[in-house]
Design a binder for this molecule. Structure first.
Ligand SMILES: Cc1cc2nc3c(=O)[nH]c(=O)nc-3n(C[C@H](O)[C@H](O)[C@H](O)COP(=O)(O)O)c2cc1C
Length: 212
């Protein structure tokens, strides 16, 4: 078990201030706050492991996505995606979504479970689009994810390969842009420690310790 985890690299007390050990997080309330804070802050921290979680769908597929925001009041994560992506259709059929993070520095795994909803229009999507850079918007200008190709391709129109399109040129990309909201029902928190791992399940209205 945990073959990937090199116990020799783990030194108690050597963690950074952000990566708190289990000695600090010995209450379920503290874990609840810490997990929410890690997700909320990761949206602004590209180096955080929580910035690029693995997002799993009900078809046993999983992929890395950038977490754009975490609404601590509603336990809702926001991701951006292509409206034509296979996961969009999967979520429409079965909305169960899992979001998993392994933070090596913090010796921490968090598995979040929730319900996903893809939003194509409205103020939220408009705001997300407006906040995206031209470089990010360019991703939605070409062919949709998963199309067959005869040769290696970015899927982008040739004139936009390695170039940042102008705002006018990016207008057609907007209809391919979607927001994925995942409302989290519970976090499965797993803290690795040489002294003995710890695990807790933190739900919206309750929390409990469980064995690792
Ligand atoms: C570091 C990294 C970040 C990514 N971020 C996103 C993202 O924010 N949104 C997204 O839809 N795909 C993102 N991808 C691509 C997905 O992992 C995946 O390949 C793509 O969404 C294909 O769609 P599917 O999962 O529906 O088949 C990212 C990939 C990597 C490696």
């Amino acid at each position: 078990m945990f073959e990937h985890f090199d116990i020799n690299n783990f030194v108690i007390g050597k963690q950074s201030g952000v990566a708190q050990g289990i000695g600090v997080l010995d209450s379920l309330d503290a874990i609840r706050e810490d997990v929410a804070r890690r997700f909320a802050q990761s949206a602004h921290d590209r180096r955080s492991a929580f910035h690029t979680p693995v997002v799993a769908t009900a078809d046993a597929d999983a992929r890395v996505m950038v977490l754009r925001s975490f609404d601590e009041a509603n336990w809702t994560m926001r991701f951006h995606t292509d409206a034509r992506a296979p996961k969009v259709y999967t979520i429409a059929r079965d909305s169960r979504v899992g979001v998993t993070v392994y933070d090596r520095e913090a010796n921490l795994q968090v598995r979040a479970r929730g319900i996903g909803r893809v939003v194509l229009n409205g103020l939220l999507v408009d705001a997300a689009w407006e906040s995206s850079t031209r470089f990010a918007r360019r991703c939605y200008l070409g062919a949709g994810p998963g199309e067959l190709a005869d040769s290696p391709t970015s899927g982008l129109p040739p004139q936009f390969e390695g170039a940042e399109p102008g705002y006018d040129e990016l207008a057609p990309a907007r209809e391919n842009f979607a927001v994925l909201l995942v409302e989290i029902s519970e976090f499965d928190w797993f803290s690795l420690a040489q002294t003995g791992h710890r695990r807790a399940v933190i739900a919206r209205e309750s929390a409990r310790w469980i064995t690792p």
